[in-house]
Every structure is written in structure tokens, then in C-alpha cells.
Design a protein around this ligand. Structure first.
Ligand code: KIV
Length: 267
């Protein structure tokens, strides 16, 4: 029997029922398959791709073609979770038509069920237009990595009362514009709690404390595959870089010594 797909309605219901939502990023077939099998509600094809897969300093160089390609790899593997494609820098900021066409590419070519974009008051028209085109949209407030230069680095956001009020207003405006969920990244836990109480759509936190309706982490951070830097909010559940290094060194030494391959691996 086919497994039932998680939808935006499942997620909204989870908030109503007080059930937490688990989300993770993935960028390719094998890890997306593992994330889905582990029971994730959402698999986000994040533009963090630029940093953890492509080795760039920021997410800014990531293109639409790259995102669509990786989203398709992920979609091929995921049977149950909601696949969300992350709209990269300049795929929606310049105007509504760009935003709708590019969101459409995630669905038509990447087989995603939803898209995500960063920002509040400045992207409400894009959110409404994409939504009106029948494509579910996830919002993203707080530390928005595509604005890294404007923020002056990857810093916790909305620490002052005025900035906190603006974030709450943005969250409500995004809900009004039609988002089905909002990522809250890099903000004080107390503010995330207030935002979570202020909207009826689920909030998914990353560096936003324990009071959000769900949590997302970058796969390579939580598996210990990306170790160049590790923000305070990351919990490492495995050390796959170490494990991989050990395995590859072992393999190399057996090749050099002639221990592998043996008759057992021969025809
Ligand atoms: O690009 C990404 O992976 C993200 C998550 C960190 C929320 O936007």
C-alpha cells in the first residue's frame, strides 16, 4: 500500500494538535531517502546547498538551475515527507512574475510540493502571487542568510523590542499573505515563543529555542559532515566525517597492502 504523503494540511493540523514537526535539509537521492525513512515531516532542499555541498562562503551564488536539479534528486527519493524547494537569491526579489515562474519550476521540474522564500513585509506580494498560482509557500524570518551582507554577518536577529515587534508583524503579515508555515531562524527563544503564539500556521525553528511548533537543521551539521564551523544551535547526532575518513583510510591501506580485493571479491 502506498504511504500517505504529508501535506501542508497535515502540518497545520499538527500545530492544532500540539504535535511537533521534524524537518531536515537534503540535497541528493541517498540522504533524502534516509531522511524520509527516518520519518521527517518536511525535507527542505535548502540553498544551504551553496555552503555545505558546493563549498561556497554564502548561499548567494546558488542558482535556480542548481536548486531545481537538486530538488529533483530529492523528490525522486522522498515518498512521504513534504518536499520544499528553497528559492535562491534573486529568484523572487526582483518581482512577482519572476517569483511565480521560478516557484513553478520547483514544482514542474523539481517535483517539489512547496517552496520557501526569505523575508517579511518586502515579499508579501510574491507570497500572495505564488500562493494564488496554487503553490504552497513557506516563509522565513529572523536570520535570513540571503541578506548576510545587510545583517553584517550571521548574527542573532531581532534582539531589541522594536525589532521583535517588527518580526511579529512580519509573521502575521506572512500568514495573511498565505504562507502555510514560517521558519524562524536565529532569534531569541522568547520572541520565537511569542511568534509561535501569534500565528495559526506552524513555526519551524532553527536557532530559535524550544517553543516553536517544529525544528529544522541542516543535514550536514547534524550528521557531522560539515565541520568548518558549528553554530551554537547545532546538535551533532553523528560524526560522519570522522567515520568516512576512517573508512576511506582503511580502504586505501588495504589497496596498498594488497589485502583488498581478495578472491572473495573476484569473479
Ligand atoms: O537553506 C537552508 O537550509 C535553510 C534552513 C537552514 C532553514 O534555509
Amino acid at each position: 500500500m502506498a504511504t500517505e504523503r504529508t501535506t501542508i494540511h497535515t502540518l497545520i493540523q499538527k500545530k492544532k494538535d500540539g504535535e511537533k514537526i521534524a524537518a531536515v535539509t537534503a540535497y541528493d537521492y541517498p540522504f533524502a531517502e534516509i531522511a524520509d525513512e527516518a520519518g521527517m515531516d518536511i525535507v527542505l532542499v535548502g540553498d544551504s546547498l551553496g555552503i555545505v555541498v558546493q563549498g561556497e562562503e554564502t548561499t548567494l551564488p546558488v542558482t535556480m538551475d542548481q536548486m531545481v536539479y537538486h530538488t529533483r534528486l530529492v523528490s525522486r527519493a522522498v515518498k512521504k515527507a513534504l518536499v520544499v524547494g528553497d528559492m535562491p537569491f534573486l529568484s523572487y526579489q526582483a518581482g512577482i512574475e519572476d517569483a511565480v515562474r521560478n516557484a513553478g519550476r520547483f514544482v514542474q521540474e523539481g517535483f517539489a510540493q512547496a517552496v520557501k522564500l526569505e523575508g517579511g513585509a518586502g515579499v508579501l506580494d510574491q507570497v500572495s502571487a505564488i500562493s494564488r498560482a496554487g503553490i504552497p509557500v513557506m516563509g522565513h524570518l529572523g536570520l535570513t542568510p540571503q541578506s548576510v551582507h545587510q545583517m553584517g554577518g550571521y548574527k542573532v536577529q531581532a534582539r531589541s523590542p522594536a525589532e521583535g515587534d517588527k518580526l511579529l508583524a512580519d509573521a502575521r503579515a506572512l500568514e495573511e499573505a498565505g504562507v502555510f508555515a514560517i521558519i524562524l531562524e536565529g532569534i531569541p527563544a522568547r520572541l520565537a515563543k511569542r511568534a509561535t503564539q501569534s500565528v495559526s500556521v506552524p513555526t519551524i525553528g532553527i536557532g530559535a529555542g524550544p517553543h516553536c511548533d517544529g525544528q529544522v537543521l541542516v543535514l550536514h551539521d547534524l550528521l557531522g559532515l560539515f565541520v568548518k564551523f558549528s553554530p551554537k544551535f547545532v546538535k551533532r547526532y553523528a560524526n560522519l566525517r570522522e567515520e568516512s575518513l576512517k573508512a576511506l583510510r582503511h580502504y586505501r591501506s588495504e589497496v596498498l597492502s594488497g589485502e583488498f580485493p581478495t578472491d572473495q571479491h573476484s569473479f
